[in-house]
Design a protein around this ligand. Structure first.
Ligand SMILES: Nc1nc2c(ncn2[C@@H]2O[C@H](COP(=O)(O)OP(=O)(O)OP(=O)(O)O)[C@@H](O)[C@H]2O)c(=O)[nH]1
Ligand SMILES: [Mg+2]
Length: 284
């Protein structure tokens, strides 16, 4: 049995390092996954003063349902939060770069010239380092497909800005069900907090309940109307994830399902809409 949450030492250290930075910052850029913007709200914001502006980037918008992302954009804007949906593989949104440059003290003011100082924060693997690279205009920070790539806070210099990258941080006290759901979009280490088969079964059942399962059945040509464990079985057979004796390796099938979902192989889908109850509250 795994632990219910993943909270390695570098997260606690990262949170302390971010808190220590707060007086040096002009702006916080919070990255959330466009597929689940409430689930991936950053738990570190309370380490900063209320007066520090917070802007939100909805990353991986290429993997989310565009209509739902538009609903989230409206939702945030109506609450006074500036928000930028983005496919960060194409770089940082131009409008965001412009807005950051506009925060720079103007040359006519008496303020001594300096770059805008900002920190990129968020839960693991949402694209913080990729956004940072887009802002500074080069591959400065290490980007990786598994959560927990960035281990500490460090500064990088762009032309208008000085940007701090930070490790993905989770709230160890939040609902264990939300941690399980974070594993579906690889914002936590699935194998540390349970089994791949367990996460995938729960995820498949959720996709079925929300009418989001057709992408899986189309991607692999399998009937996805039955019980989640039967679906994992079919996926394993389809992908040849077999153990000696021809038994399906359910851990391997579960991992394949989660990785395919995370990579967008089941099409563009969003796991939550504004106004819905938190989606993890329907898990057992
Ligand atoms: N499709 C898609 N993939 C993205 C996007 N942004 C980031 N990625 C991918 O997501 C993964 C994580 O990106 P990182 O920038 O390392 O994420 P991070 O938030 O810095 O992760 P940690 O440092 O581990 O917390 C990488 O495989 C990226 O290629 C996006 O907008 N669209
Ligand atoms: Mg990173």
């Amino acid at each position: 049995m795994g632990r219910t949450v993943w909270f390695p030492g570098h997260m606690a250290k990262g949170k302390r390092q971010l808190g220590a930075l707060s007086s040096a910052l002009d702006l916080l850029l919070e990255v959330r996954d466009a597929r689940a913007p409430r689930l991936t709200a950053s738990p570190t914001l309370d380490a900063f003063p209320d007066t520090l502006p917070v802007w939100t980037v909805l990353s991986k918008s290429d993997l989310a349902n565009p209509d739902v992302t538009a609903e989230w954009t409206r939702y945030f804007n109506e609450r006074g939060r500036r928000v930028w949906p983005a496919d960060l593989r194409k770089g940082a949104p131009g409008a965001l770069k412009k807005a950051i440059a506009e925060m720079r003290p103007s040359s006519s003011s008496k303020t001594v010239y300096r770059e805008v100082r900002l920190a990129v924060v968020g839960t693991p693997n949402v694209g913080k380092s990729m956004l940072l690279n887009g802002l500074v205009g080069r591959k400065a920070a290490v980007v990786g497909g598994i959560p927990g790539v960035t281990k500490g806070v460090s500064w990088f210099k762009g032309s208008d800005c000085l940007v701090a990258d930070s490790p993905g941080i989770l709230d160890p006290h939040s609902d264990a069900r939300s941690h399980r759901m974070l594993s579906w979009i690889s914002s936590t280490r699935a194998q540390v907090i349970g089994s791949w088969a367990g996460h995938a079964s729960e995820c498949v059942a959720f996709l079925q309940r929300h009418g989001l399962i057709s992408g899986l059945s189309e991607a692999w040509g399998i009937d996805a109307s039955g019980d989640p464990s039967d679906i994992l079985e079919s996926v394993g057979r389809r992908l040849g994830r077999l153990l000696p004796g021809g038994i399906v390796d359910l851990e391997s099938s579960g991992k394949a399902v989660i990785e395919a979902l995370a990579a967008g192989k089941f099409g563009r889908l969003s796991l939550e809409r504004p106004g819905d109850a938190p989606p993890w509250s329907e898990l057992e």
